[in-house]
Design a protein around this ligand. Structure first.
Ligand SMILES: [Zn+2]
Ligand SMILES: [Zn+2]
Length: 274
């Protein structure tokens, strides 16, 4: 008995082994081959991305893109392209969006519109953002530019026009133009009478806090010390919001974005604070 057979080896001839070696021998890959392969992979992958990008860029370039992060007494923060209005939410909620923001407008000092901890984190981590607010906001939280009613504020090529509102504290609405569209933003004000009379808008971000009819009903049934008119006096009704829209929209398809709705207009202790 031969040793090889004892080991269980199959009876393969030498020439067969050579043939097999040739088969498993790696093919000669030249540097040019590798470059070509890399180029092939390269040209395959980005094509898909490249197809979707121009559409996205186009949309961002010409349209008004807005994102209502939060509105109402639970917290307010709205993004309109590169402008953020109010920061009454946690940093965690907005942190991924801040790189694209250039300006932060703060309407007033109430805690549902500005959260001190979020604002100070933004100042530290996103110093490129210009923060604008009235003197009260500046006294409490510090801003980059103090905005006075009816005095335009310039940030780069953009001009924001602050106007006075009526609330339990100093409040401002803002008007500005973006990609040829006129925008107005106003919340926490019982009236819009201090906004320019003759101006028309494409996008109206307006508070529609309560229903006048419901409030009147509540007043009739009122028991105890709470007074629904107290809250109503500090906010804009749905009816006033609609009236402003119909008298100040530029075109029939101008967009109304109703803000700070209380949903159920109950005169709770919580709501009376706002
Ligand atoms: Zn509010
Ligand atoms: Zn308020």
């Amino acid at each position: 008995m031969k040793g090889d057979e004892h080991m269980g080896r199959s009876n393969v001839t030498k020439s067969e082994l050579e043939r097999r070696k040739d088969k498993i021998k790696p093919s000669r890959v030249t540097k040019e081959d590798l470059i070509k392969k890399a180029k092939d992979i390269d040209s395959n992958v980005p094509k898909k991305v490249a197809r979707s990008r121009p559409y996205k860029n186009k949309a961002h370039k010409h349209d008004i893109i807005y994102d209502i992060i939060s509105t109402g007494s639970k917290g307010n923060c709205v993004i309109i392209n590169d402008t953020m209005v109010d920061i009454g939410v946690s940093y965690k909620v907005v942190k991924d969006k801040l790189d694209l923001i250039s300006t932060l407008l703060i309407t007033h000092i109430h805690s549902d519109h500005v959260r001190a901890s979020t604002l100070s984190t933004i100042k530290k981590k996103h110093p490129h953002i210009t923060i604008i607010g009235n003197y009260e906001v500046h006294q409490h939280f510090g801003v980059d530019i103090v905005s006075n009613h009816d005095y335009p504020v310039k940030v780069g090529r953009r001009v924001y026009h602050p106007f006075k509102g009526e609330h339990s504290v100093e409040v401002q609405g803002f008007i500005w133009e973006m990609h040829g569209k006129d925008i107005i933003y106003a919340t926490d004000t019982s009236t819009l009478e201090h906004s320019p009379d003759d101006k028309k808008y494409d996008y109206l971000f307006i508070e529609a806090n309560y229903d006048e009819k419901k409030t009147n009903e509540m007043m009739k049934q009122k028991t105890g010390n709470y007074n629904p008119y107290l809250s109503a006096m500090r906010h804009l009704s749905k009816q006033k919001c609609k009236l402003f829209y119909y008298t100040h929209r530029k075109e029939k398809d101008s967009k109304l974005i109703e803000l700070h709705q209380s949903g159920r207009f109950y005169w709770t202790k919580f709501q009376l604070r706002m």
